[in-house]
Structure formats: C-alpha cells, structure tokens
Design a protein around this ligand. Structure first.
Ligand SMILES: [Zn+2]
Length: 360
C-alpha cells in the first residue's frame, strides 16, 4: 500500500474539486493527490485530531468484492423507535467515513449475525444506562442524523454522496463544501475535511465556518500560526456571514477569540489575537468600533469566556441588531451603543480633528 493510502478516498471528490474527468483519475487516490495545502499535514496528526471521537471498529464485508475488513464506524446513531425491537438494530446510522480497503467501494456492507448481535448489545447497554441516568457507553447516540431535514445517511459515505451530488451541480457553492467538510470531520477523516474546507474558501474567502473549523483542526496539529490566521479571518468576516443566526455566529466568534487568546499567550504575545483594523473585511466598522477592538484585549480576563462577548458583538457588526436587547453584552444608552471600554478609548490621543474641536 502506498504512503498516504491507508484510508480510502473517493476519486469523485477530486473530480468535483478540480473539474477533471473522474475516469482520468486514479481509482484509489492518496492523500498526496489531494490538491490542497493542509491535507498531508493533518494526515500526520490524524490520531490527535480524532481524539474527541469514539472508536467503534467492526468487521464488515464489502458486497462489491466480498472481502472483509475491520472498519471504524465512529459515532453510531440508533433510531429511538428501534429501541423497542431487538431486530431494530438494522436501524442505525454510522457517522464514520470509510471505504473498502480492497476495492475502494463504499456504502454497501454486509453485517454478519455476530456483528448484529454486538451492535444490539451496545444499543441495549446504552438504553439501560440512559434509563439509570448513568453515563452512556462511548460513541452511541439515540436519535437520527438528518441532512437538510430530508436525508438520512446510513453511512458516512452516503452523506458524502449527498453533498458531492449537490456540488457536481453547483461546484462553486462554498456552503456545500463546508458541510461536506463537516461530514468528513465527523467521519473521522480530518485530512479530507480540511480539503473540503479549503475548497469552500477558494469559492468564498468569507466562509466563516470553514475558517473556524480549519483553525480548530490546525491547533490540534500544533500549527499555531496557521491556525490563528484562519481564526482571525473567521472573526473578521463574521459580520457579513449569512448562513447562521446572529446568536450562533456570536458563539463562533467567542469560540475563535477564546482560542486566539490562548495562542496569543502561548506565543508570548507574538501571534496577534485580533484582526488588524485595516483588514479589508472590517474597514466598514466605524472608528469607535475599531477603537473598541483595539483596546479591548487588555481587559479580557483569562479563563473567562463571558468577558469575550462584548468584543464578539463588535465583530458582529450590523448583525448585532438581530440580538434581543436584553441578550446583548453591548448595551445601548439613549439609542447609542455604549462601547466596551469607551472611557479607555477616549483616553487615547485624540485624532487631529477632535483636537481642533476641543480647542474651540
Ligand atoms: Zn470491496
């Protein structure tokens, strides 16, 4: 087996990304063949990145080539109405992304009676523990994994097919690339996830969720500088990002700022925490807002997520207005926003224009 070929990759992924005819591509691509910056790097740290996910290895037989192998199903989702019937074990979804080690096919698997029993036991243990209120066994969730409210993927590779089909029709849709990335990430294939996120950013440099996710993955790989670069961009572009509610967006910004603050400290204050005020994406912020962002980092209490909310709301821009007044960290007085640390900002040397005004 070639280097970088331990886990299967769908040739269609490369074809959709670069428009090459799939028949001209290797039927078994390697990570080195992915036209992106980060896949090889992330592949080297795949175990660390995947540490948050459970391992659920089972022996499955490929219906295409009849050969068996051990595959990591990742998180297993049992349908809630299946809990009543033991035979309902067939009603499960596996979020792990894997392909046949022998023929690189995906999605058609034979489960031996023994594996079915093992899965049933896992489900029973999970049911009992949720009844007792004790911790559920790792990697089991009750419910349904639904995409776009209509599609229930049986395997991680079904979710991939869903998004590749959409992307085949609209290859420039950055949002779909991002969601394909999420599918790979949950499928324990972060090297493919970063590739999809990178594609999202090629199509739309303001794809906030992709910047954020790449940043989080690169942190796990020890790439502080590269990670902070993406996290800062997630913050920077957030005010123009349309695919999330203002509340969720604020959480993303706070999350990014939290990590950026840690990086800032770890790098002995060498790696910038905040986007530079002259970055293209934030030039539309008002002077007061930029001043607030420039000063605020001195007032942040370490280890206190709460103190990051006012700063996050500065970066939300106009979308801040979508937050209910009582749920905002930045308060308004007489219809004017009271910027955090306004007093401190005012203590700065006033701009020339202000100076003249003062003299009068
Ligand atoms: Zn096979």
């Amino acid at each position: 087996m070639e280097k970088y070929q331990k886990y299967g990759i769908n040739p269609l992924l490369i074809s959709v990304a670069n428009g090459q005819d799939v028949v001209s591509l290797s039927p078994r691509p390697t990570v080195a063949m992915l036209p992106g910056k980060y896949s090889k790097l992330v592949y080297k740290h795949i175990k660390t990145v995947n540490a948050e996910f459970p391992e659920n290895s089972f022996r499955l037989t490929c219906r295409q080539c009849d050969k068996s192998g051990d595959y990591d199903l990742g998180t297993v989702v049992f349908s809630t109405d299946a809990t009543e019937h033991r035979k309902g074990v067939n009603k499960f979804q596996a979020l792990g992304y894997f392909r046949c080690k022998h023929c690189n096919a995906a999605g058609e698997w034979e489960l031996s009676p023994r594996i079915q029993t093992m899965l049933a036991a896992k489900m029973a243990a999970a049911t009992i523990s949720s009844l007792n209120g004790t911790d559920r066994p790792d990697g089991v969730i009750f419910g349904e994994a639904i995409i776009d409210r209509v599609f229930l993927p049986r395997w991680g590779s079904d979710a991939e097919s869903y998004f590749l089909k959409k992307l085949n029709e609209t290859p420039d849709n950055a949002y779909f690339w991002n969601r394909l990335g999420n599918t790979y990430y949950r499928g324990k294939r972060p090297e493919l996830a970063v590739f999809a996120y990178e594609q999202a950013l090629i199509k739309d440099v303001g794809q906030v969720e992709s910047h954020y996710s790449i940043g989080k993955i690169l942190i796990e790989c020890g790439e502080l500088e590269k990670a902070s670069d993406h996290l800062r961009q997630a913050v920077e572009f957030s005010h123009q990002y349309k695919y999330m509610t203002a509340y969720d967006l604020r959480e993303i910004i706070v999350g990014a700022l939290e990590i950026l603050l840690t990086i800032y400290k770890q790098s002995d204050n060498k790696i910038n925490m905040l986007p530079k005020p002259n970055e293209q994406a934030i030039v539309q912020l008002t002077k007061n807002q930029i001043a607030a962002t420039a000063m605020l980092d001195f007032e942040i209490e370490y280890n206190s997520r709460e103190t990051l909310y006012p700063l996050a709301e500065v970066y939300l821009g106009e979308r801040r207005n979508e937050l209910l007044p009582e749920e905002r960290a930045i308060r308004k007085q007489n219809n004017k926003a009271v910027w955090p640390l306004a007093s401190k900002v005012n203590k700065q040397k006033p701009a020339k224009k202000n100076k003249n005004r003062r003299k009068r």
